[in-house]
Design a protein around this ligand. Structure first.
Ligand code: SF4
Ligand code: SF4
Length: 219
């Protein structure tokens, strides 16, 4: 089933599919499901280039891919249910029915946490997931399931932000505090999400995102 699923998702433009065991998490986080599937779609290098070099405010591709990855997660949940198992897509639409806390802007099990269990990356000083391959140029969604899928958990990667403060310095709203993330860090000590302007400058200018953009350009 997993091979069929991955092959279908890749044919729809998905860059990353990771399956992790979440049975060790709290009941509040896993909500009765032992497995999580992380789905990631990369933003294009040309979009990153425009965002970072042309000083524009343009959420078009980001919004489009966030919507697409949500739809793919819902499609994945339906695919698994059709095979006789339970599955729940953590799409924005589903989470808004009681699992997204509007006051704290949190969900019980963020996609980023699933990505970290898969060893995909760390939380940057921007509070975004940073991967070595795509930087933070990834739109993600996830599916919780009881399907007996092969899981592949990896050790948590510690922050590789080092002394970099690009995101902090470029943030027009000055909401990034420059705090290096550690496991169990308090989000509010890293970024003031309540005053973020969603301009994507931290995402596009992160040195790891820029590395992804340059790698693609040089191919
Ligand atoms: S999206 Fe913009 S305002 Fe929000 S943290 Fe990043 S740079 Fe700052
Ligand atoms: S810009 Fe620098 S400090 Fe900010 S998340 Fe990226 S690597 Fe970390």
């Amino acid at each position: 089933m997993l091979n069929e699923l991955v092959s279908e998702l890749k044919s729809h433009g998905v860059n990353i599919v990771k399956v992790v065991d979440i049975s060790m998490l709290s009941e509040n986080e896993k909500r009765g499901y032992p497995v999580a599937i992380l789905i990631g779609v990369a933003l294009s290098p040309s979009y990153i280039y425009r965002l970072s070099k042309e000083n524009i405010f343009d959420c078009s591709e980001f919004s489009e891919k966030e919507k697409a990855v949500d739809q793919l997660a819902e499609w994945t949940a339906n695919f698994i249910v059709a095979k006789g198992y339970k599955a729940y897509a953590q799409s924005e639409r589903n989470l808004s029915n009681g699992f997204f806390d509007v006051d704290t802007k949190t969900t019980p099990l963020p996609h980023k946490k699933i990505a970290m269990l898969a060893g995909l990356g760390w939380i940057g000083k921007s509070n975004l997931l940073i991967t070595q391959e795509y930087g933070s140029a990834l739109c993600m969604c996830s599916v919780l399931t009881n399907a007996p899928l092969r899981t592949e958990n990896k050790p948590i990667i510690e922050s590789m932000c080092g002394e970099c403060n690009i995101c902090k310095n470029i943030c027009p709203a000055k909401v990034i505090h420059g705090t290096k993330w550690r496991v169990n860090s308090n989000r509010d000590l890293i970024v003031d999400v309540y005053h973020c302007e969603a301009c994507l400058k931290c995402l596009a200018n992160c040195l790891w995102t820029q590395k992804y953009m340059r790698n693609y350009d040089s191919k």
